[in-house]
Structures are given as C-alpha cells and as structure tokens.
Design a protein around this ligand. Structure first.
Ligand code: ASP
Length: 315
C-alpha cells in the first residue's frame, strides 16, 4: 500500500514579552491555540487544501478576543481598530493582502477573496471595504472589535503619554502588545500555504501598516521551500524581510527549514532591535517554531503524530 503523504499545520498567536494578562488567561490561550490547530487539521484530514486550512485556523483566532486580530485587535493611537492580513499559496505564489481594514469580521477571508477573485494582490483601507461590501463578506460594528483588555491597555498608554514630561514623538510608546495570529500548512497534495492576521502594534499611529500583510515579510509560501508566518516588531521584520529570507536560504543555500529559521531569527536579527518569531513548514512536513522573544504562543499538529502547544521556550 502506498504510504500516505504527510499533512501538517502550525499556528501562532504572537511573539513578544511576557505579561500578567498572559498568565491570568493561560488556559484560554491554550484552548484558543488548540481550537485553531484542530480547525485547520480537520480540513487537511478530510482532503481539504492548505489555503482553506490556514484560513480556517486563522479565523478561529480572529474570532477569539484573546488574540490581537479580528475581535480583540490592538487599538491605534486614536482608539480605533485597523487590521492587516495576508494569505499566500505556495504552488504559484498567488497571494492576497489587505491593510487598514475596519469592520471586517475576518480580514483573512477578505485577503483570500482578493487572492482568488481579483486581479490585484493588495487592497487597502476604503477600497478594501468597498470590495468587501460587494462580495458580501461578514461585517461587524466597531464596538465588536474592542475588548475591555485592549481598551484598558489603550487608556493606560494614553495616561502615560499625557503625564510624561517629554510627550513629543511618543506615539509608539511601549508598543509591545504582540498577539498577532498566523498559520502555515501542508496538504496531501504537497501544497504549502501561509496566512497572517493582526490588529498591529498597540497605540500605533493611524495608518501604520506592519509586516503581517506584506508578502515575503510576515507571510510567504513556496512549495519548493516552505510556508512561513511571522510575528513580532513589524518594523524589524520589514527591515530583515524575514519570511522570504528564510525561503531564499533554503532555496539558494540548501539549508533545512530549521537551519534557515534559526539563521534569520536568531543570527541575522539583532535581538536588541526587537522581537521576532516565525512558524514554518516544508514540503516534507517538517516544522519549525523559532523566536527570540520571551514567548511565542504556538500549537502544531502533523500526521507524523507530533501534536502540542507552548507559550514559553519549553512549556
Ligand atoms: N507584527 C505585527 C505588527 O507589527 C505585530 C505582532 O506580530 O504582534 O503589526
């Protein structure tokens, strides 16, 4: 009997510093990661494709208020939600991305619609919203996205800025809330896909766009090499073109997925400049979960029977 081809899915829920909020909600985070990985794996197991699997996984995290994507997104400096998302298919490098999105319940589904149903690769702001209305994608009122935790974090930052003796240029003060979500998957046909979705960094300037929706930075997939979803300080990921660099090291230098992720995240990125984390899968179903931060929320499930979740380095 022919051996069954491998399938695998990994999800992340952001890399960054530890916090009391994470400790207090640890169970909820673990359940959320598990639910996401299960949603994606179920699709793969039933013969679904990797694009649908990463979308399904990311949607559950966007709907989960604990994560900084969809509901629960970080608030910008004006106290508003602006979300970014991207998805990519590894067979032909098709991709779809959206930025500065408001009121869309699942930005990842809008990114997927851009990929599959338009001639464009990237839609932003009002144009993306206009397109979403046309295709009847699910919308929610602004209040749906704003959780108590994010509003408290916003109010605290506001207060800090207001009482700071040096207020000028402080709009990015302590922008350290990283709960961005992402997924990468390999399906039975050898298709790799990646998806990333975020509310961005907290207290970001209105109009700021991070790495998550930039193909080759926070999201990349190529069947011959790997699928990668990134998280961390967006400006640093952009500087180092993280996801494509990992793929390029595999393609041009023959590195393994693990070696390439470690090279880019742990060797070529200066940890003093910020946090970076990546999840990756290659065409054989090998997985990598590499980060330079205190923690990266993550979970994985493969047909090789590897299954688990972690928040910190080894727990
Ligand atoms: N990379 C995201 C951004 O900069 C934030 C995160 O990963 O949590 O928008």
């Amino acid at each position: 009997m022919a051996k069954k081809k491998p399938i695998a899915i990994i999800v992340h829920g952001g890399a960054g510093p530890d916090s009391d909020h994470i400790h207090e909600n640890r169970k909820g985070y673990e359940q959320g990661l598990q639910a996401a990985v299960d949603a994606g794996y179920e699709k793969l197991e039933k013969g679904g494709n990797a694009v649908d699997a990463v979308e399904a996984a990311v949607k559950t995290l966007e709907d989960n208020p604990l994560f900084n994507a969809g509901r629960g997104s970080a608030l910008n400096a004006n106290g508003e939600v602006e979300m970014d998302a991207a998805i990519m298919r590894g067979s032909d490098q098709s991709s779809g991305a959206v930025a500065l999105i408001r009121n869309i319940r699942n930005p990842i589904s809008l990114a997927k619609a851009v990929m599959l149903n338009t001639k464009y690769r990237f839609l932003g702001d009002m144009g993306a919203l206009e397109y979403a209305k046309k295709i009847d994608i699910r919308m929610e009122p602004s209040s749906y996205f704003i959780t108590e935790h994010q509003f408290d974090a916003f109010s605290k930052k506001r207060e800090e800025e207001f009482t700071s003796s040096d207020r000028i240029g402080k709009e990015q003060l302590n922008a350290r809330m990283h709960g961005t979500v992402g997924a990468v998957a390999l399906d039975r046909d050898g298709l790799l896909a990646a998806a990333t979705s975020t509310g961005g960094t907290e207290n970001k300037k209105m109009g700021r766009i991070g790495d998550s929706c930039i193909i080759g930075v926070g999201c990349y997939a190529k069947n011959q090499t790997c699928a990668i979803s990134g998280t961390g300080d967006g400006e640093l990921l952009i500087k180092n073109i993280i996801a494509y660099d990992i793929s390029a090291l595999m393609e041009y230098k023959g590195m393994s997925l693990q070696q390439a992720c470690e090279e880019v995240v742990l060797k070529r990125t200066n940890p003093d400049e910020g946090d970076v984390g990546v999840i990756g899968v290659d065409k054989e179903g090998n997985i990598a979960l590499v980060f330079n931060s205190e923690r990266m929320h993550r979970a994985w499930k493969t047909s090789g029977r590897s299954h688990g979740f972690r928040i910190y380095k080894d727990k």
